[in-house]
Design a protein around this ligand. Structure first.
Ligand SMILES: [Zn+2]
Ligand SMILES: [Zn+2]
Length: 353
């Protein structure tokens, strides 16, 4: 009789925001066109604290901002070899459907169904052939594994910025300065914007925003954002408003900050049962243009990789905490408390026990 032993790995399994367990799972096996990657780092996303979305899908291994080293290459893979340092995008579009043909890759039916197996909060993950083919990027030497974790979320933000026209001299207001807000700030700083106004309840984050290129900051606990922007901006409101917080309150605040002719961009979703009341007369007579961006395409990830490699974008100030796989629950709690933290990344090698 032949004894077979399945090799196992450590993973962090999500049950609820207050219940994430370290569990052993089999190391995935790969087929043709696929890759096996040893996870070196993986960011924790704000979406991974949305219990309303995650609890019905639990138990689940999260993590979709991974970088790692390719340890096994399936038959037929071209351009990627064992030992390569890579970023892997968990979502890829089919490239053939109506939406893909029109360039709306994240609206593709296949897009949100695609994923890595079992997730980035594991010592290893399998990269399906589509992801290996379309959106696995070899990291240049300039980008560390830690910095590479920022590619996916920054690409989501770039996807939003690309849809939001910012003209020379525009006053841009960013509502919410968590990690995503800071990503918007870094990209807006590279635009021809005039004033860049950061709005958040945390003085620590506001201070950080000034360091990252905000020209003005407003804490709504201390002053009315509407009055404060008018004071900064010659009596006008903002030409471009970017709302990064996933709450109805933040969306309402965003509309209140729109100047005539403003573009307002929404970068994060309130829960599915949320509703918002808005005066259509105001929207019409002020020619307010609304857009939103969900996730990122293979074009956005490549663009961000180039911007990080060239040093035009800096991921380092955005990564504030590191945890092992045993620290995912703590990282989730830290993100929810929105204190003195931006991005937490999970490093499997730091796992204790
Ligand atoms: Zn995410
Ligand atoms: Zn498609």
């Amino acid at each position: 009789m032949v004894m077979t032993t399945t090799k196992t790995m450590k993973t962090a399994v999500y049950y609820r925001n207050t219940d994430v367990r370290l569990e052993e799972r089999p190391i995935p096996t790969i087929g043709p066109g696929e890759l096996l990657v040893k996870t070196m780092a993986c960011g924790l996303c704000g979406g991974e604290t949305m219990e309303w979305y995650l609890a019905p899908r639990a138990p689940k291994i999260l993590g979709h901002e991974p970088t790692g080293v390719v340890v096994q290459v399936g038959a037929g893979v071209k351009g990627i070899k064992e030992g390569d340092r890579v970023f892997v995008h968990h979502h890829v579009a089919c490239m053939r459907c109506h939406y893909c043909q029109r360039g709306y890759f994240t609206m593709c039916e296949q897009y949100s169904k695609s994923g890595i197996d079992p997730g980035g909060f594991a010592e290893y993950f399998r990269v399906p052939s589509e992801n290996a083919y379309f959106d696995t990027l070899v990291l240049p030497d300039e980008i560390s594994f830690e910095e590479g974790t920022v590619i996916e979320p920054m690409a989501c933000v770039l996807h939003g910025v690309r849809q939001t026209p910012i003209s020379h001299g525009d006053t841009v207001a960013i509502v919410g300065l968590g990690f995503m807000g800071m990503c918007y700030l870094e990209l807006v700083r590279l635009s021809p914007a005039g004033r860049i106004i950061g709005i958040d309840f945390s003085d620590w984050r506001l201070e950080k925003a000034l360091q990252l290129g905000a020209t003005h900051i407003i804490n709504p606990k201390k002053e009315s954002p509407v009055d404060a922007i008018k004071e900064i901006n010659e009596g006008r409101l903002a030409d471009v408003v970017i709302v990064t917080a996933p709450t109805v309150k933040a969306w309402e605040q965003g509309f209140a900050l729109c100047a005539k002719g403003a573009h307002i961009h929404f970068g994060a979703p309130p829960p599915p049962d949320a509703s918002l009341s808005i005066n259509p007369n105001f929207l019409y007579f002020n020619e307010i243009k609304i857009n939103s961006a969900y996730s990122a395409s293979h074009i956005d990830t490549r663009s961000v990789l180039e911007m990080l490699a060239s040093g035009r974008l800096d991921a380092k100030p955005l990564i504030t905490h590191q945890f092992g796989l045993d620290g995912v629950q703590e990282a989730i709690q830290m993100l929810l408390q929105a204190g003195e933290s931006l991005k937490s990344i999970i490093i499997p090698d730091l796992t204790k026990s």
